[in-house]
Design a protein around this ligand. Structure first.
Ligand code: GLA
Length: 686
C-alpha cells in the first residue's frame, strides 16, 4: 500500500498509485473520502488488438510501447528513438505538495509531476517538468500540464467556448460520445475562439452535480484534448499545443510546462466560486490581488486616435466628476499614430498632439484626484514606423515569404533578446519619466510567417514569445511596484489564467453592448475571477439598439466597473445618474469583486438574467430583462442565495423598502417586475 498517494483538499480527495510495473496510475478524484481505503486493480491483456494499457487510467500518458491513445508527452531521443518509458523513481510528499519523479533509465531523463494543494481551496495545481541528464539533446514534442481521468464509463458533457472577436466566451456544451473533442489555439495567443479550459459533467446544474474542471495558466498556443475510448473512459489532456511545437532540451536542462489548475465541485456555482477565490488568493499578482480595482475611465471610444491634451483633460474633468479613480489615455498618443496604419513601435510622445509633452496632462489628471494610465501595444511594429525602418529584421519572417499584415501590423520577434529588451525599455522609459500608474498592454493580431532564424530550433517560438511577454510584465512590476497592468488582445484574446498570473486585470471583449456583454461576462465568470474583468459603460450600439444608461451601468457593475462613453455627449441628467451609479458601485464593489456569485437566471435561452453577489456584509442582486418582449411574463419570483437563515435583511425594490429574514429570502424569494425589454434592477440587501 506504500505506493498509493492521497491528496486531500477541503472537500475533495485525489488518489494515485504506482503499480507493480512502475506505472503511475490514477485511482480516484471526487468527494472527500477520509479513510485510506484505495488499492490498484490488476490490468490484463484483453485480446491481441487491445493492450492492457488501453484500460489503464494513467496519471500522465506518454507516447511509447503499447500505448495507442492520446498522450500528454512525446519526445525523440538523440539516437532517433521515439519510444518513451517513464517508470516510478521516487516520490516526495510534503504537506501541500506531492512530487513524483518518473524516469527513463536508458535515456537518463526524468519526468517530474507536481501536485500542489492548498488548505483554503479545492483546487489542485499541476504541472510537469522534463529533465535531461543524458549527454545528448532530447527533442520534446509535447509536454502537457496535466491529464485527468473522469470517473465511470458514461459519457460526459464537455463545456468550452466558441467565439470570435466581439463575441468571446460564448459557452458551448458537447456530449462526447466517441473519439476526440479538441479545443485549441494556433494563433500565438489564446485567441477569441476557445479557452484553455475544460468543464466536464453529466447532469450538473448551478446548485449540484459532479463537475470536473480545469484551466491552464498560459496565454500561448494551447490544446484541450478530450477523448472517450471504446470502454467509455473519458480522459482530458490540457497543456501547451503540440502543433508546430518542439523544444530542444540540452544536456542538463529542465523544461517546465505551464501550470494547470484543476478541481472537482458540486454544481457550477461551487465551481465558479472556488475558482474565483483561488485566483484571488493564489494566481493574481500579489500587489493588487486583494485590493478592489479602481473605477477607470478610458477615452478610446470617445476620441479614438484623435487624442490631445485638451480633449483628454476635458474628459478627465468629467470622469473625475463622476467619481472615476483612474484615467487612461488609449491608442494614438505616440509616434505618427493618427490612424491604425502607422506608428506602432515608436513609443515616444507625438509632439504635434502634445507639443509640451504629456506631463501637464498627467498633472491635470492627478490634480483631479485620479491616477494616470497609458496604452501600449509593445509586441507590434508597422512598416510605417521609425522602428521598422531601423530594424526590418526584428519581425517574425521568412526570407522567401511576404509578411501578411492584419490591421497593418507585424509581430516583433520577442525571442531575440534585443527585441525583448527594446519592449521592456520602451515602457520602462515612459514609466521612469512620467507618473504612469497603469498600462493597458494590447496585442491586436495573431502571428503569421513565424520564421525566427535566430533560434536553433524555430519551433520554440510559440513558447519563447509567451515567456518573453510574461518576463517583461514581471520586470515592470518589480521595478514599479505601484504599477497596474491590464492584458488586452483586441478584447478578450488574452483573457486567461496565464495572463492573470502576471497582469492585474484583463479586457474581456471590445464588444461593450450591455446585453451582449451579459453572455460574454457569464462565460468569463465560469472559471475566471470577476474582479479581473474590466467592464466599460459605453455608447456602443446606441443607434442600433437604444439602451438606457441604467441598463449599461447594471451590466458593467457586474465586473470591474469602468467607463468608456463619450462624456461630451452626456446630458446633465446622464452625468447625475452616472455619478450615482459610480457611488453605488463603490459601496458594493467589494461584494462584486470578492464575494460569492450565484446565477439565479441565465438569460441565454431564457427571458431574463439574474445574478447575485454576496459576502458576509451584504448582497446585491442584478436582474435584467432581455431584448425580447416579456408580454404577460413580467413578474419573476426569485429565490435568493447566500443569506443566513436567522438574520434579518433590509432592501429596497422599486422604491419600496422591505425587511425579510434570510430563510424567507432563500425559500420564498422576492418578486421582480419587468415592465418591458432591456430593463434592469439592482437590489442591495443589508
Ligand atoms: C484594441 C483594444 C481596444 C483599443 C484599441 C486601440 O482593439 O481592444 O480596447 O485599445 O485596440 O487601437
Amino acid at each position: 500500500m506504500d505506493n498509493i498517494f492521497y491528496l486531500q483538499t477541503k472537500n475533495t480527495t485525489y488518489v494515485l498509485g504506482v503499480d507493480k510495473f512502475g506505472l503511475l496510475r490514477h485511482i480516484y478524484w471526487g468527494k472527500r473520502i477520509n479513510r485510506r481505503e484505495f488499492s490498484l486493480d490488476e490490468m490484463t491483456e484483453t485480446n491481441s488488438n487491445h493492450s492492457e494499457l488501453d484500460n489503464a487510467l494513467c496519471e500522465y500518458t506518454v507516447f511509447g510501447g503499447k500505448m495507442y491513445r492520446n498522450c500528454a508527452f512525446k519526445c525523440t531521443y538523440s539516437d532517433k528513438c521515439r519510444d518513451s518509458v517513464f517508470l516510478f523513481k521516487h516520490a516526495k510528499q510534503e504537506e501541500n505538495e506531492l512530487v513524483i519523479t518518473l524516469t527513463d533509465k536508458v535515456y537518463k531523463a526524468d519526468l517530474i509531476l507536481h501536485y500542489i494543494t492548498y488548505p483554503d481551496s479545492d483546487i489542485i495545481t499541476r504541472y510537469a517538468e522534463i529533465e535531461n541528464h543524458s549527454s545528448g539533446d532530447i527533442l520534446i514534442e509535447k509536454l502537457s500540464s496535466c491529464e485527468v481521468n473522469l470517473p465511470g464509463e458514461l459519457s460526459y458533457n464537455i463545456v468550452n467556448t466558441q467565439g470570435g472577436w466581439g463575441a468571446e466566451f460564448q459557452q458551448q456544451s458537447t456530449e462526447l460520445k466517441a473519439g476526440y473533442l479538441v479545443f485549441d489555439s494556433r494563433k500565438g495567443t489564446t485567441g477569441h475562439t476557445n479557452q484553455p479550459i475544460f468543464i466536464a459533467h453529466r447532469n450538473a446544474d448551478e446548485a449540484s452535480g459532479d463537475v470536473y474542471f480545469g484551466a491552464l495558466g498560459y496565454s500561448g498556443n494551447f490544446k484541450v484534448e478530450c477523448q472517450r475510448d471504446y470502454v467509455g473512459i473519458t480522459r482530458i489532456v490540457l497543456g501547451m499545443s503540440d502543433f508546430d511545437f518542439s523544444y530542444t532540451l540540452k544536456s542538463g536542462e529542465v523544461l517546465a510546462s505551464p501550470k494547470a489548475y484543476i478541481g472537482y465541485a458540486d454544481g457550477f456555482a461551487d465551481m465558479s466560486n472556488e475558482m474565483h477565490r483561488f485566483s484571488v488568493n493564489h494566481i493574481l499578482p500579489r500587489s493588487f490581488a486583494n485590493k478592489p480595482l479602481p473605477v477607470l475611465y478610458n477615452s478610446w471610444e470617445a476620441v479614438g486616435f484623435d487624442v490631445s491634451c485638451e480633449n483628454q483633460l476635458r474628459l478627465a474633468k468629467k470622469a473625475a466628476d463622476l467619481g472615476c479613480e483612474l484615467f487612461v489615455m488609449d491608442d494614438g498618443w505616440f509616434g505618427e499614430r493618427n490612424s491604425d496604419r502607422a506608428g506602432l513601435g515608436d513609443w515616444f510622445v507625438n509632439r504635434e498632439k502634445f507639443p509640451d509633452g504629456i506631463d501637464s496632462l498627467i498633472k491635470g489628471v492627478n490634480d483631479l484626484g485620479m491616477d494616470f494610465g497609458l496604452w501600449f501595444e509593445p509586441e507590434m511594429v508597422q512598416r510605417d514606423s521609425d522602428l521598422f525602418r531601423a530594424h526590418p529584421d526584428w519581425i517574425y519572417h521568412y526570407k522567401t515569404r511576404v509578411n501578411g499584415e492584419l490591421r497593418h501590423q507585424l509581430v516583433l520577434n520577442l525571442t531575440k533578446p534585443e527585441v525583448e529588451n527594446f519592449v521592456f525599455d520602451s515602457m520602462d522609459k515612459m514609466l521612469s519619466m512620467h507618473n504612469i500608474r497603469f498600462i493597458k498592454w494590447d496585442m491586436n493580431r495573431p502571428f503569421s510567417e513565424i520564421g525566427a532564424d535566430n533560434l536553433e530550433n524555430e519551433q520554440e517560438i510559440w513558447l519563447k514569445h509567451t515567456a518573453a511577454v510574461y518576463r517583461v510584465a514581471d520586470r515592470l512590476k518589480e521595478k514599479y511596484p505601484y504599477l497596474q497592468l491590464e492584458a488586452c488582445a483586441s478584447g478578450g484574446g488574452r483573457a486567461d489564467l496565464g495572463a492573470m498570473e502576471h497582469f492585474d486585470s484583463v479586457w474581456t471583449s471590445d464588444n461593450t453592448d450591455p446585453l451582449d456583454r451579459l453572455t460574454i461576462q457569464n462565460g468569463f465568470s465560469l472559471l475566471y475571477p470577476i474582479k479581473c474583468m474590466r467592464a466599460w459603460v459605453t455608447d456602443w450600439n446606441s443607434d442600433k439598439r437604444p439602451v438606457s444608461i441604467d441598463y449599461r451601468f447594471a451590466s458593467s457593475m457586474q465586473g470591474s466597473l469602468s467607463l468608456g462613453a463619450n462624456l461630451d455627449n452626456y446630458t446633465s441628467d446622464d452625468m447625475k445618474k452616472a455619478a450615482e451609479y459610480v457611488a453605488l458601485y463603490k459601496e458594493i464593489r467589494n461584494t462584486v469583486q470578492f464575494g460569492d456569485m450565484y446565477r439565479l437566471s441565465v438569460g441565454d435561452g431564457g427571458d431574463y438574467w439574474a445574478t447575485q453577489y454576496a459576502d458576509e456584509n451584504q448582497s446585491v442582486l442584478f436582474a435584467m430583462s432581455n431584448a425580447g418582449s416579456l408580454d404577460n411574463k413580467r413578474y419573476k419570483r426569485l429565490k435568493l442565495k447566500g443569506f443566513q437563515s436567522d438574520k434579518m435583511y433590509t432592501y429596497t425594490v422599486d422604491s419600496k423598502r422591505c425587511e425579510n429574514s434570510g430563510e424567507y429570502l432563500m425559500n420564498a424569494g422576492i418578486t421582480i417586475e419587468f415592465c418591458g425589454p432591456l430593463q434592469s434592477k439592482i437590489v442591495v440587501f443589508k
